[in-house]
Design a protein around this ligand. Structure first.
Ligand SMILES: Nc1ncnc2c1ncn2[C@@H]1O[C@H](COP(=O)(O)OP(=O)(O)OP(=O)(O)O)[C@@H](O)[C@H]1O
Ligand SMILES: [Mg+2]
Length: 148
């Protein structure tokens, strides 16, 4: 499998972040679920924009902060959740009725995953964002090996 699945990379610009996500999308197995972990303004939504592009989606990705879940489609469904406004409770997460929307083949990507009940325990990739002194971002992609 490609080393893109387990890397730390410095993205100097928004375009670098987007390009990384485009490459990642092209190698992503179907039905992946991705946790985007990082503070406000780190580039999580920028990354989703690249994912969408790499998955062949032509729509512009906008932050789903108010409606929480946005769905895009090409030959896969891209489900983009911004859980910032959720409280991490099981009830708030169930109210999204996510299972009804998870129609394979899909890619589920979640900003603020710690606020979506159980998501960090069941995701298949973690992508962590941090900012460097020169304002570039370090992005670490980690595959999560699920027990069988
Ligand atoms: N290397 C970089 N990668 C991504 N964004 C960058 C980078 N350098 C600067 N930026 C800027 O940082 C901002 C990132 O915004 P973005 O909405 O993607 O962050 P976010 O992590 O989704 O924030 P939020 O937590 O508020 O949803 C943009 O204004 C972008 O131009
Ligand atoms: Mg965002």
């Amino acid at each position: 499998m490609s080393r893109l699945f387990d890397i730390d990379i410095i993205c100097k610009t928004e375009k670098d972040t987007r390009n990384l996500a485009i490459d990642f999308a092209k190698l992503l197995p179907h039905n992946s679920s991705i946790a985007l972990i990082g503070d406000l303004g780190m580039g999580k939504t920028t990354f989703v924009g690249g994912l969408a592009h790499g998955l062949g989606i032509s729509d512009t990705v906008r932050s789903p902060s108010f409606n929480i879940l946005n769905i895009y489609s090409s030959n896969v469904f891209l489900l983009h959740i911004d859980a910032y406004r959720l409280d991490g409770s099981e009830q708030a997460t169930e109210a999204l009725m996510l299972n009804d929307f998870l129609v394979p083949p899909y890619c589920l990507v979640v900003e603020w995953p710690e606020r979506l009940y159980n998501f960090l325990e069941m995701c298949t990739f973690k992508v962590m964002f941090s900012m460097n002194n020169d304002f570039s971002r370090t992005i670490c992609i980690r595959p999560i090996h699920q027990p069988f």
